[in-house]
Design a protein. Structure first.
Length: 176
């Protein structure tokens, strides 16, 4: 009998099949974990934003924030801190949010998103559009621009809303 050196083709194929099977099960779980981590990081920003908006509204001298009846998207321009020291009113409230340190500037990824989520300040008159709609008394909300409500699948982390009572309500796509 000769002594064998190395592996047979069958042994190599079995190892490859096992490795592919493990990868097939591990990859979706890894992607879901990444998605959840992004959502949790964005939810932390939403919590800061909602608390800051409530504080700004309490300190305002007049008007409402945001002015009007539709939600206003938080953009990189809001992070600006160069402005005169004025009383907070509806014309400057969005800039005072960061300038007066109600909250730290949002570390936007690119454009106006953080971890794929856009943030909105909801109207004081109630949420009638966008991610502010249909959830009690919303203060601020976030939505995943990468998913969009039509591209998301059931159970995905689509967005969340910060309510007046300080709670966060998670928004998922429930049916397609």
């Amino acid at each position: 009998m000769q002594k064998r050196n190395g592996f047979t083709l069958l042994e190599v194929l079995i190892v490859v099949v096992i490795a592919v099977s493990v990868a097939a099960f591990a990859l979706p779980a890894y992607k879901k974990t990444q998605e959840k981590n992004k959502y949790m990081a964005a939810q932390g920003v939403l919590l800061d934003l909602g608390s800051a908006v409530r504080a700004v509204r309490a300190d305002m001298s007049d008007g409402s924030f945001p002015a009007g009846s539709s939600p206003e998207q938080v953009t990189t321009s809001w992070n600006s801190t160069a402005a005169p020291d004025n009383k907070i009113d509806s014309s400057n409230a969005k800039y005072e949010l960061f300038r007066r340190k109600y909250m730290a500037p949002i570390p936007f990824d690119s454009g106006n998103t953080y971890k794929g989520f856009s943030f909105y300040v909801c109207s004081e008159t109630g949420g009638t559009s966008g991610c502010c709609r249909g959830v009690g008394s919303p203060v601020a909300c976030m939505k995943n621009d990468a998913l969009g409500s039509s591209a998301a699948t059931k159970g995905q982390y689509w967005g969340a809303t910060f309510l007046e009572d300080g709670t966060i309500k998670r928004q998922t796509v429930t049916a397609m």
